[in-house]
Ligand binder design. Structure first.
Ligand code: COS
Length: 385
């Protein structure tokens, strides 16, 4: 459900100001301390950022997808670690419960997720199951009225901050494919759950990922999302369709920031007696950045509007958006570094770290190659329609 225009405009303006006045000035601190400061997280909670996508009846703000991407365009304009703190609550950690959960599950978990009292992570990827998500091996075996869970989940964002997981595990050992998988709500304090050491990553300092290890963790059978075993893979895919649009908006926001950094630097930096922005070869790179930014904004707005209109082509369109916008921000980061020359390789200039940060966008929530596969499969399936 969408907000009325005036309320949404006010929200967008407060997010814009929060990003520009609170987050941008704290980027260096996050980079050097590898932590998002607690006072910033408290302000995020006050602003309602943890509950952006959760309907008002469950304590959130209840943005439509079209509204969420507009907020994403703002949030993407700063270090990506900030968004990551509440990103799993807005997206992949909560949406399975919202989309397919029982009313009781929604009422139990969503209000706490919406306020940030609970951080929820999405646990799908495993050491042996990345792109081939349906091959996951984590097992959930029924024992009385509980499932006993064993397995390891990998690169789980926010696991160290989490109070709970949306976990995909195999409940039907005989079915090695998607139909053997169920989605569970797993409280973090369930005995038998341990965390691996925090991953050292190429970029996005301040984000936290690690392994989550399940050893005979007993979870009530009532915690299967929607109470239905065997449909967890579909829940995960639906969650990812939405997540891919969200990531597209963040990528587009970051393209805008990179263009701003590059254009500002080019206007200030002088060589051969004039600002380098006056050279046509620099202008060519800036023009390419602007053109791709415009294409990305237009595409994401269209994709989000179609999501809200429940367009049946959505898995393909969301994949198109993620593929284009994440590749585009990679090109934007590369051009921004190039325009900065040697300075672009130095850590104190923002473009050096953004170049590393954006590399992840083409990998998580489905690599570019998985997006290509989803796009091609769907277009071939619909050939002749
Ligand atoms: N929405 C609803 N249902 C979907 C769906 C979607 N977007 N995509 C697939 N499904 C359904 C299919 O319809 C199929 O159902 P039926 O068995 O009833 O026909 C089932 O799910 C299995 O789908 P499919 O056969 O396409 O599965 P595959 O194993 O071939 O793999 C890909 C599908 C590769 C697209 C999937 O594994 C994927 O997205 N991988 C990337 C995972 C990822 O993004 N990981 C990031 C981790 S989270 S940061």
């Amino acid at each position: 459900m969408a907000l009325d225009q005036e309320t949404f405009a006010l929200l967008k303006e407060s997010v814009r100001r929060f990003v520009q006045e609170r987050l941008v000035p704290n980027e260096d601190r996050v980079e050097h301390e590898d932590e998002v400061p607690a006072e910033i997280i408290a302000e995020m909670k006050e602003l309602g950022l943890f509950g952006l996508s959760i309907p008002e009846e469950y304590g959130g703000i209840g943005l439509s997808m079209s509204e969420e991407v507009e907020i994403g365009f703002e949030l993407g304009q700063t270090a990506l670690a900030f968004r990551s703190v509440f990103g799993t609550n807005v997206g992949i950690g909560s949406q399975g419960i919202l989309m397919d959960g029982t009313e009781e599950q929604r009422r139990t978990y969503l209000p706490k997720i919406a306020t940030g009292e609970y951080i929820f992570s999405f646990a799908l990827t495993e050491p042996g199951a990345g792109s081939d998500a349906a091959s996951l091996k984590t097992s959930a075996v029924l024992d009385g009225d509980h499932y006993v869970i064993n397995g390891t989940k990998r690169f789980i964002t926010n696991a160290v901050r989490a109070q709970g997981f949306t976990l995909m595990a195999r409940t039907d050992a005989a079915n090695k494919g998607a139909g053997g998988i169920s989605a569970f709500i797993v409280p973090r304090d369930t005995p038998g759950i341990t965390l691996g050491k925090i991953d050292k990553k190429m970029g996005q300092r301040g984000t936290k990922t690690c392994d989550v290890i399940f050893e005979n963790a007993r979870v009530p059978a009532a915690n299967i999302i929607g109470g239905k075993p065997g449909v967890g893979f579909k829940t995960a895919m639906k969650v990812l369709d939405r997540g891919r649009l969200h990531i597209s908006s963040i990528s587009t926001g970051m393209s805008k920031r990179l263009l701003k950094e590059a254009a500002t630097y080019a206007s200030e930096r002088k060589q051969f007696g004039q600002a380098i922005a006056e050279f046509q070869l620099i202008q060519g790179m800036l023009a390419d950045m602007q053109t791709e930014l415009y294409a990305a904004e237009s595409m994401v707005r269209d994709g989000a509007a179609r999501y809200d209109a429940r367009d049946p082509q959505m898995p393909m369109l969301a994949a198109c958006c993620k593929y284009f916008t994440t590749e585009a921000v990679g090109r934007a980061a590369d051009r921004a570094v190039q325009i900065h020359g040697g300075a672009g390789y130095i850590n104190e200039y923002k473009v050096e770290r953004f170049y590393r940060d954006v590399r992840l966008l083409r990998l998580y929530e489905g690599t570019s190659q998985i997006q290509q596969l989803v796009i091609a499969r769907n277009l071939l399936k619909n050939l002749g329609n």
